[in-house]
Design a protein around this ligand. Sequence first.
Ligand code: GTP
Ligand code: SPV
Ligand code: MN
Length: 589
Amino acid sequence: MATSLDLFIQEMRGLLTPDNVYIMNGSQEEAEELVGIAQESKVDGRIVLKKLNSDEYPNSYYHHSNPNDVARTEQLTFVCTTSKEQAGPNNNWMEPKEAKEKMIEFFKGAMKGRTMYVIPFVMGTPRSEYAKNCVQVTDSVYVALSMRIMSRVGKQAIERIDNSSNFFRGIHSIGDVNPNKRFVMHFPEENLVMSFGSGYGGNALLGKKCYSLRIASYLGYQEGWLAEHMVIMGVQSPEGGIMYFLGAFPSACGKTNLTLLEPVFKDYKIWTLGDDIAWINIGKDGQLYAINPESGFFGVAPGTGLSTNPVMMKTLKNNKFYPTLFTNTAIDNSNNTPWWEGVSNDIPSNLNDWQGREYDKNSGKPAAHPNSRFTVSIYNCPTLSSEYDNPKGVPISGIIFGGRRKDTIPLVYEAKDWSSGVFSASTIGSETTAAASGQLGNVRRDPMAMLPFCGYNMGDYFQHWLNIGKRVKTPPKIFVVNWFRKDENGKFMWPGFKDNSRVIKWMLNRIEGKVGVRECEIGLFPQENSIDLIDLDIKKETMEKLLKIDREDWKKEISMIEEFYAKFGNKIPVDLINHLSDLKKKFGG
Ligand code: GTP
Ligand code: SPV
Ligand code: MN
């Protein structure tokens, strides 16, 4: 009897009319075969993968994407629910029938002359009750290889999917990589995503943002859990064992760096569990538990180097089983290694830029694309937590929210309680980055770092967060941070990276009740000298500026929050409206 997977494949064969069908099994031989195919085939006139110097970067390959296809395209991303209100003002919306018809027109015969890769995968460790079954079809061998790194592809997935009709379906074709024929359409009510015309990251690896955030957040809303754009990390202190934190930061605002951080304190250690996505459930004991549905890092290359992120540099050179991919970095021709701004201080003399052109140092442009990335297995990571594959997940003690803000937001503060914390998280703003195409550096509201990823109305989402807090026995403490505050000369005041461990240590001390706080207008602030600054050359005035509340800036901030909330009308929970009016009173608004 045909299984529901067989039926799906049949249906896709009919729609996409590929010349060949390749059903993936996750084996080592398959990796070798696919890498072989990718090294021999051209897409868009470019060889899909080129082997890199294996003495420097073992089992690593280079990929150029089309220059018109280097980041997520939020303007072409839609959530297609029955009603527009379900999707909310935070999403582009299209009526599901219309959206599907449009996509089917694109997909008809789209794989003629190509191979259709069928990728059965599980998000989450397959033994976990929180794990989810998925299938993606794609005509991109780069996407197929990336999915093998980022998710659990193969036999276990097929076993789980066989004879079950309940799995996520992802239909993907790169088409002819034409931005005018590019859409990423989500159908949360049908557990389905259709993506056409892009081969890039979050547009094309459908297990990532499309399923594990947009679709999963919708499922979580219905089933009583949360799918979040968050890191998961364990912090080990000399006397206190390991405590687990979640951290939400918008795209390209420091998640990968935070979860691989080497603390400045020799007797502290950070254990990595995830760098982008967390699924958060209430466990049997009434506490919050998180799992990472992914199994790899799709990390920003620029800024990654031995001084900023030594653990990632080790991860990239520690390849065993999974091929590692580098996308849109520059290439140092003298030794065939990938190169990006921040990996070394000097610029190699024989460099090709991310488009394969000879690099001109005087061009004033970076050699690597600012959103160039590496795709690497999490199992290569030397700080991987032994709890990573625990089907129950890890119990959460603290949740950190941050954004990229040159002013206004202090280095750190703590929310008074869960509801104040949800309010602060709902007001997070951040300067836009190269992770999404569009203008850079504008401040936009990005609540919980989920603006581009929440698959339903964000007003309902805020209420869902408040409700979860009421159901949890001891809700974790909530903190807000800003590593990116600048001085009058436009320089970062806080050293960031490993020195962020100083702020984390303060959070641990707060959770353990070891240090007090002073109450300010926006929350609870560190008492003087309670952040451990040992061996750090930072002026007292700089610390004061980092923690300063500028009343004029806050008045502007409040009006931006009001403007954002107004878009959601009466969907904004009353609790949050009350927090906002309290805040307004404090600043004389
Ligand atoms: P996504 O993968 O897009 O979700 O990004 P991410 O949140 O994982 O960001 P990532 O850690 O890759 O950092 C993005 C950029 O911010 C890189 O260029 C980093 O070098 C830089 N960055 C990360 N942490 C810090 C920090 O503490 N201070 C400063 N100044 N820059 C940082
Ligand atoms: C992000 O943009 O937040 C990423 C990269 O992590 S992508 O997979 O393209 O979404
Ligand atoms: Mn991300």
